[in-house]
Design a protein around this ligand. Structure first.
Ligand SMILES: [Fe+2]
Length: 379
């Protein structure tokens, strides 16, 4: 089967994000930079060296620092109010997935003032004028949003409707582990597990892509090695840098290859129980791997086993228990009941999961009954 690979985002693996940001803005006008971030990033000082560097370089950026977690279209509109009468040429996003996705939406809305984002979400209005250049500086190692061409923004009712378009690729992603050292251990673990699941699901997708496989396996090998270290010692810069780039590789992999059953189940599970996405996918992983094991072909298993550093006599059926032990090493729960899931809610969550697009690309076909079975076995 033919496969193509397209990721036009410039990737800067940085040892000084402030310096590299200024280099990326060499064509920007002093008043043309719009910085988007959130309150947490501002309060814990992560944005400070970046904003200082902008000032020293002669920029007078407009700053919007109020992006919430799980942003909706009214949040995007609030941010746009800030630059209503300004001539913005570049957008800079400093934050996690919510900030990056908001910046992606703002990039296309500033490039085409007639565009209605909800019409893009619901009425298939076309994005025809591309995006302003958006430079993303992730502060977590997880979502991979810095290298994907999707933005997940809720509509006015909070319904999450992802938009997929090449215009949503960032111009540049600057990865600097120093910006991640203050991430608390629990968030380090949940965001890191999100990246781990991205790499496994991309590799096991029915749409897996031979080029993206290299990124998926590289990410997996690195995450298995470095996530426990980053969790135990957040100040370990080697671990932070390794996790930062591995999460980006995992993002490249799943953007090209898609995701699978874990993410299909995680959408409704996390929505119903208000769970952090990374926590939801992490605890869904063991039961899903148990389910998928019999469908993993021998050649893919060998690559996966090598990336995970498992012994040569390990079998796909061992994957579920491997993931339970890995979760325990991060002090994370291994049962869905620990997240609050109860038997009576399983049919509703399973039903919603069957409507998620990525479920059709899971390596083993899964319908309603299989979704129920996986959730029940994960309790
Ligand atoms: Fe994810």
């Amino acid at each position: 089967m033919s496969s193509s690979f397209f990721c036009p985002t410039k990737l800067v693996v940085s040892d000084d994000a402030a310096n590299d940001l200024i280099l990326e803005l060499k064509n920007a006008s002093p008043d043309g930079v719009f910085v988007i971030t959130d309150q947490g990033i501002m309060q814990n000082g992560i944005a400070k060296p970046l904003l200082q560097a902008l000032q020293i370089a002669g920029f007078n950026p407009v700053i919007y620092d109020n992006v919430p977690g799980n942003p909706n279209i009214p949040d995007v509109k609030l941010a746009l109010e800030k630059v209503k009468n300004k001539d913005i040429s570049h957008v800079v996003a400093i934050g996690g997935g919510s900030v990056l996705d908001t910046a992606k939406a703002i990039g296309i809305l500033l490039a085409d003032k007639d565009l209605d984002y909800e019409d893009v979400q619901w009425k298939r209005q076309q994005i025809t004028k591309g995006s302003l250049p958006v430079i993303g500086i992730p502060t977590t190692a997880g979502t991979g949003s810095e290298v994907t061409h999707v933005a997940v923004i809720g509509d006015r009712n909070g319904f999450k409707m992802g938009v997929l378009h090449p215009a949503l690729f960032l111009k540049t992603a600057i990865i600097d582990g120093k910006l991640m050292v203050s991430l608390p251990p629990r968030l380090t673990a949940t965001t890191g597990m999100d990246a781990l699941v991205h790499s496994i699901e991309a590799f096991l997708s029915k749409k897996s892509n031979c080029t993206a496989d290299i990124f998926a396996l590289g990410a997996l090998k690195s995450i298995v090695n470095w996530l426990p270290i980053a969790y135990r010692d957040g100040s370990n810069l080697l671990a932070r840098n390794a996790m930062g780039i591995a999460a980006t590789w995992a993002g490249i992999a799943f953007d090209q290859s898609s995701l699978g059953l874990v993410h299909a189940l995680a959408g409704p599970l996390c929505g119903n129980y208000h769970l952090h996405h990374g926590l939801g996918v992490a605890v869904l992983l063991p039961a899903t791997l148990d389910f998928n094991a019999s469908a993993i072909p021998v050649d893919r298993w060998e690559s996966l086993r090598n990336a995970l550093g498992l012994p040569t006599d390990a079998r796909p059926q061992d994957l579920g228990n491997w993931s339970r032990e890995f979760l325990k090493s991060l002090d994370m729960p291994t049962h869905l009941s620990e997240l609050g899931l109860t038997m009576d809610r399983i049919p509703m969550i399973a039903e919603s999961a069957t409507k998620m697009a990525m479920i059709g690309l899971n390596i083993r076909s899964a319908g309603l009954e299989e979704c129920k079975q996986v959730l029940a076995s994960g309790l």
